[in-house]
Write a protein that binds this ligand. Structure first.
Ligand SMILES: [Ca+2]
Length: 243
């Protein structure tokens, strides 16, 4: 049993103890005990032509980050960034004692579309509670859009916070923009390769994405057009604490 599960079990045992302690007097009022924070998190794709791969949404302690700019990407992040496969990143989150809960999206989020997630965590976690949301912009080589460990601490019930996600170049694949190397629908007719363990980017470091060049801007081998560009934040994440 991992530590995270032990913590949850300990929380349940703690609730039982508190209830029995409170019931020592029959004159005590009946108190409803609720130990869960509940958040509704809506992820909206604002881009014109960049489908998002199935998202990863996680609540965790503020000490956790799925990545750091200037550092090399984990293989799990590389698999998401190059091929839109979130399974290794979800497994990594599930095995971390700093992560409270994680969920994968039901499917890709189309341009203009959104997906609603509901995540809960123990009340005791609120003081250091943080949110991460990650997804690939699939008409790219290795662009990840992310809300990277943003604080939800001290959010009151019914309070809303919104985040514009930045996009990052994972630094794991060169931005050739060819039909053979981009997995998304813009590369129809090409090999559309996803993950490849070779790291051939300019630097093996995560950085804020400089954007795509596209054939409309003179990159003749690019399968992308001006519709695939994003010069502004491409994803909005709205968080409501509902309990
Ligand atoms: Ca790249």
């Amino acid at each position: 049993m991992n530590t995270k599960r032990l913590f949850r079990l300990a929380s349940v045992v703690g609730i039982g103890f508190a209830l029995s302690a409170c019931s020592s007097s029959s004159d005590d009022p009946v108190v409803s005990v609720d130990t869960d924070l509940v958040f509704e998190i809506t992820v909206t794709n604002l881009s014109a032509n960049q489908p998002m791969s199935p998202a990863v949404v996680a609540l965790h302690q503020d000490s956790y980050q799925a990545f750091e700019t200037g550092a090399s990407a984990s293989v799990a992040l590389e698999e998401l960034a190059e091929g839109g496969d979130n399974s290794a990143l979800l497994a990594s989150l599930a095995s971390s004692d700093q992560v409270l809960t994680e969920v994968g999206g039901a499917g890709a989020i189309a341009p203009g579309g959104s997906e609603l997630f509901e995540l809960s965590a123990d009340d005791n976690a609120l003081g250091t509670l943080s949110l991460s949301v990650l997804s690939m912009l699939v008409n790219t080589n290795d662009a990840v859009v992310a809300v990277n460990s943003q604080s939800l601490a001290s959010m009151a019930v019914n309070e809303t916070q919104t985040f514009y996600a930045l996009s990052y170049d994972a630094g794991t694949e060169a931005n050739t923009e060819t039909a053979d190397t981009i997995p998304g629908p813009a590369a129809a007719g090409g090999a559309r390769e996803g993950f490849n363990a070779t790291r051939d980017d300019i630097r093996d470091e995560i950085s804020v994405h400089a954007g795509v060049v596209t054939q409309d801007d003179g990159l003749s081998t690019s399968v992308l057009t001006q519709a695939d560009r994003w010069d502004h934040p491409s994803v909005l994440v709205s968080v409501v604490r509902v309990d």
